[in-house]
Structures are given as C-alpha cells and as structure tokens.
Design a protein around this ligand. Structure first.
Ligand SMILES: Cc1cc2nc3c(=O)[nH]c(=O)nc-3n(C[C@H](O)[C@H](O)[C@H](O)COP(=O)(O)OP(=O)(O)OC[C@H]3O[C@@H](n4cnc5c(N)ncnc54)[C@H](O)[C@@H]3O)c2cc1C
Length: 395
C-alpha cells in the first residue's frame, strides 16, 4: 500500500523572514512599526507643512532607535548593520519621506564617520547626545557649484596657528536648519588632488556659520533643507574629523553606508505603496468588477512585485556582504540605482492604478512619488551610480 503523496500548495500569505534577520530583528521591526503608526503617522500631513519637530529625535532617542547599530559604550544598542536596515524599512510607516530622510542623515550619514574616524572626545561630545536625540547632526558635502563632482568643492579650511579658518558654502543640506553640528567636507590643500580634503566637526552656533535660505522642494516637505554659508569660521584643530588630507576617502566610505540604507528605504517605501494600492484595486470597481481583476491591472501588480523583490534581494545580499566585512562598492551602487528606480516606477504605477484619486493629495500616493523621486538624485545620481558600476569593470 503506497503512502499518499503530500499535496503541495503554495501559501502566499505565509509569514516570510529573510535569512539575514533573526527573531530579535523581527521584534524590533514590530516595535518600530507600532511606534511609527501610533506616534508619527498621525502627524505626517501636518509635518508636510511645518517640517517635523525636533522632539521626534528626543522621543526616538528615549526608545533607543537612534543607536540601534551603534556601540553600547556610547549609549547605542550594539546591534548589527541589519538593525539599521530594519529602522530604514519600518520608518516608512510614518508615511513621511522627509522625516525618514532627516533621521537617516542623523543616524546613517553623519554619525558613522564620527564613530569611525573621530577621537574619543568627539564621540563623547557629539555621538553620545546624538544617540539620545539631544543633539542633531547634518552632513555637508554639496555646494552650489559642486555636487556629483565632490572633488570640485571650494570650501576652504586654512590653518592659522592652532586653528583652522573656514570659508565657503554648502547647499541642499538636510537638517541644516535644526542641526547642532555639521560634518563638513573642506579642501585643506588645493594642490594635493584627492589627498587635499579634510573633514571637520563644526558646531552650527560657531560665529560665521550662517543658515541662509530654507529651500523649497518638489517633495520631502517634512525635512528641512538649508543653504549654508561659512564666513571666517574659526575652529580649533581638535575639530578635524579623521586624518588631515584624507577627507575625500573618509566621505567616499560614508557614502557607501548611506546608499545602502537609502536602497532599503526605497524598497520599503515601494512595498508600502504597493500594498496600499493593492487594497485600493480590491475595493474600487469599474465596469462591474474590481479593477484588480482586469488582467492589465493584475499584470501591473505582478511587474511591480517582481521589481520590488529583485531590489530587496539585491539590497539584502549586499547588506549581508557589508555586515560580513566586505566593501562591496559595485553592488552597493547597483542596489542604490536599482532600488531608487524601482521606487519611482512603482509610485508612478500606483498613481496610475488609483486613477484620478492617485492625483489627489488625500490618498498620499502622489506624495510617495514626489518623495521617492529624490532617491534618483540624492546620495549620488543614477548617472553617477552607473559610472561607478561601469568603471568597476576597468572601463
Ligand atoms: C532634498 C535634497 C536633500 C539633500 N541632502 C543633502 C545633504 O544632506 N548633504 C549633502 O551634502 N547633499 C545633499 N543633497 C545633495 C545631493 O546629494 C546632490 O544634489 C547630488 O549629489 C547631485 O549633485 P548636484 O545637485 O550638484 O547635481 P550635478 O552634479 O550638477 O548633476 C547634474 C546632472 O549631471 C549629471 N552628471 C554629473 N556628473 C556626471 C558624470 N560624470 N557623468 C554623467 N552624468 C553626470 C548628474 O547625474 C545630473 O543628472 C541633497 C539634495 C536634495 C535634492
């Protein structure tokens, strides 16, 4: 007598967990999600008009969310890199791209170089209160005349006895109006090529730091974006972050973590938009049936899901390599490029599936499109990502 063959049926609603994540990551995921839905999302619409308040940093500091992957000795949670991916993914439930960006600049752009290259005093002065949410960080690379071409920046830091005098300007600086300190990229030796750059930690209340315009934008309205001027700003030599002359390499390293976190945020943002639109397609009817039952709409979902999944797998596998000590610049560039494109394509398709509702502010999909559009520009444009990838093959 033969035993009956088990009948295999796909279970599309089964709970999935990628192998990089543990049960602890999943618990963290739940608590960040609950916090974002309960305490942040209800204010998202209002913060589009006012930008989100500094109290969000303090609250997230209290909850331990600003130092998830940071060392315990500085007040962090001592988690792995994946825990910061979890934050980048779950914070999309706040429904505010601008808020997610402001936080990511603080935790994953400005803080890592201080931890990696800073002195013990610098870490105590800036990282410890930043993890508590009591001090806010920003990062200044871009200038009015140089963005993609970082080597073309003009902000100069000139040594004068035991001090440096800084002159120049930075633009599009996220958190620039609220920050307590800026990780500032300067040129200290214009004749030394890539070896002529130095990073500084400049307190934003130092005499000569001018917070100029609050810049208006297409999206990310909940974030503040500043044009900054540095006019004869004097800082002691203890404000140098990392090695004098090695700032270019330090900031290129920083950009890798920033890009990967950005990719994770894009995947999660696209997924959230997909789910919201799926619900809409199951409720909205036309010509006597749910619009999701039209094959053309069903296929749009299939295309979107496939794109999101490919971006997710690329991001996770690259994160796994990063966490395991590799420096996978090519794959990080691929993940950043692909995830940003996917997020914009998905948001655009979600507007289409919503029809006229998609064009209305009320449904929030148009905001996702506007917010996501930045990701093809910020932290290195699509074209720069393509160039990094192409050059990695010796071309
Ligand atoms: C909302 C927002 C927030 C931002 N936050 C910050 C921040 O906190 N800190 C910060 O330092 N910066 C920030 N930026 C700046 C951002 O990183 C830059 O805008 C981005 O790097 C592009 O630089 P750019 O704007 O000068 O464009 P450009 O470098 O002038 O590029 C213009 C166009 O030329 C293309 N291009 C340039 N060089 C090449 C090349 N070699 N090959 C092919 N194409 C090329 C670009 O891809 C782009 O399409 C922010 C920007 C925005 C919009």
């Amino acid at each position: 007598m033969s035993t009956a063959e088990p009948v295999l049926k796909p279970d599309f609603s089964a709970r999935r967990k990628h192998f990089i994540f543990t049960d602890e990551h999943e618990q963290l995921r739940e608590s960040i999600r609950a916090f974002a839905i309960k305490e942040l999302a209800p204010h998202a619409a209002e913060w589009e008009k006012t930008t989100f308040p500094d109290s969000v940093f303090r609250r997230m500091g209290e909850l331990g969310f600003l130092g998830l992957d940071k060392p315990e000795e500085y007040g962090g949670e001592g988690g792995d890199y994946y825990s910061s991916l979890v934050l980048a993914e779950e914070i999309v439930n706040a429904q505010s791209g601008g808020l997610a960006m402001g936080l990511a600049v603080h935790t994953d752009m400005a803080m890592p170089p201080i931890l990696a290259f800073g002195t013990e005093e610098q870490k105590q002065e800036w990282v410890v209160p930043a993890i508590k949410g009591e001090k806010i960080l920003c990062l200044g690379i871009t200038e009015p005349d140089a963005g993609s071409d970082v080597s073309g920046i003009k902000t100069r830091a000139v040594r004068d006895g035991g001090e440096y005098v800084i002159n120049g300007s930075k633009t599009y600086i996220t958190n620039g109006h609220r920050a307590d300190v800026i990780v500032l990229v300067t040129k200290t030796d214009p004749d030394a090529g890539y070896d002529g750059f130095t990073l500084f930690l400049v307190p934003m209340d130092a005499p000569g730091v001018v917070r100029e315009k609050r810049l208006e934008k297409l999206g990310m309205h909940a974030s503040d974006t500043a044009l900054l001027a540095f006019q004869d700003v004097r800082v002691p030599e203890t404000a140098v972050l990392g090695q004098v002359g090695k700032g270019f390499y330090h900031i290129m390293w920083e950009l890798q973590g920033e890009r990967l976190i950005g990719a994770a945020g894009c995947v999660a943002g696209a997924q959230r938009c997909f789910e919201q639109t799926l619900k809409y397609a199951q409720e909205r009817t036309a010509f006597g049936r749910q619009i999701g039952k039209f094959q053309v709409i069903r296929h749009k979902f299939a295309e979107m899901a496939t794109k999101i999944e490919s971006a997710r797998q690329l991001t996770y596998t690259t994160a796994w390599r990063f966490q395991n000590g590799e420096y996978p610049v090519r794959e990080i560039s691929m993940a950043k490029l692909h995830a940003a494109r996917v997020a914009v394509e998905v948001a655009d398709e979600c507007i289409q599936i919503h029809g006229g509702a998609g064009y209305m502010v009320e449904y929030g999909v148009e905001r996702v499109w506007r917010d996501m559009r930045l990701n093809r520009i910020g932290a290195g444009t699509d074209e720069i990502m393509l160039d990094v990838i192409g050059r990695s093959y010796g071309l």
